[in-house]
Design a protein around this ligand. Structure first.
Ligand code: BTN
Length: 264
């Protein structure tokens, strides 16, 4: 939980996006989904013109990838960006890559060693700094982002796994500046994705800061199946490519990567 200063956030945001704030909500992704559905079903309301950023002071039922929950820790900024007129669902994973690069680049302005673990966990020395959850409603995408910015500590169940920008830098950084800069980057990449331009170079940037590429990993799928192999690449759909022991390439679109490899 982090109470963003809305006036500051709006100043940083400029005219690029609208902000919808709730003091307490179950999930900002749910808020964005409801909003998108409402506009999709109300033709007289017309389309919302600008992207909308949903923020809250407190999130009580945050959701993570692969059906997991997301805990609202003290110092974590929780926000969801709703972008209309996104690309077809088969390419929507490109927004996952875009969001991961956007967060990584923004945080890298403040600290070294920030990496992306496929598909979109942002890590520092193996500990999680940010999680991203992409969902879609019709042709709108919702990019839910939780960034540990001002946390001084974490609850015992995740303290070995999580880290914050405050812990890394020792500084009280502006959460509003980080949130707005992240959103601005996502929006600029999303324009390229919608125009089907420049994804290759975005993917190159993603690969440069990936801590997954070249590694021996195991990937736990949503069906509970584990796949082992060496990561060789990511493709134009944002999928991960693994080479198994028989040199066969396996393509996986969703899962949880463990960098500890075969004996994990
Ligand atoms: C993950 O690491 O599994 C993804 C976590 C995504 C959490 C963010 S917090 C804001 C938005 N609202 C949610 O319910 N989830 C995302």
């Amino acid at each position: 939980m982090y109470k963003l200063d809305l006036k500051k956030l709006a100043e940083y945001a400029g005219a690029d996006f609208e902000i919808v704030h709730r003091c307490k909500t179950v999930s900002t992704n749910d808020d964005a989904k409801r909003f998108a559905k409402q506009f999709a079903s109300d033709s007289s309301a017309g389309a919302f013109l600008k992207p909308v950023l949903f923020v809250c002071d407190r999130q009580t039922g945050g959701r993570g990838r692969i059906g997991r929950s997301w805990t609202d820790d003290d110092g974590t900024v929780c926000m969801s960006l709703l972008i209309k007129n996104a690309v077809s669902p088969s390419f929507s994973q490109r927004y996952v890559i875009a969001a991961a690069v956007a967060v990584q680049k923004t945080l890298a302005d403040y600290a070294d060693g920030i990496r992306i673990k496929w598909p979109n966990d942002i890590l520092h020395n193996g500990k999680k700094l940010c999680g991203i959850l992409l969902e879609s409603v019709g042709n709108a995408v919702i990019i839910g982002i939780g960034i540990n910015i001002a946390n001084s500590s974490f609850s015992p169940d995740i303290e070995a796994l999580a880290v914050s920008m405050k812990m890394i830098t020792g500084k009280n950084l502006s959460a509003e500046a980080i949130a707005a800069e992240t959103v601005r980057r996502v929006l600029s990449y999303s324009k390229l994705i919608a125009a089907d331009e420049g994804f290759e170079s975005l993917l190159d940037e993603y690969k440069q800061v990936s801590c997954t590429i070249g590694q021996d990993v195991s990937i736990l799928g949503a069906d509970g199946k584990k796949t082992f192999g060496r990561v060789t690449d990511f493709d134009c759909y944002g999928r991960i490519l693994l080479e198994d022991g028989a040199k066969k390439i396996i393509t996986i679109d969703c899962g949880d990567v463990s960098l500890r490899g075969k004996n994990a």
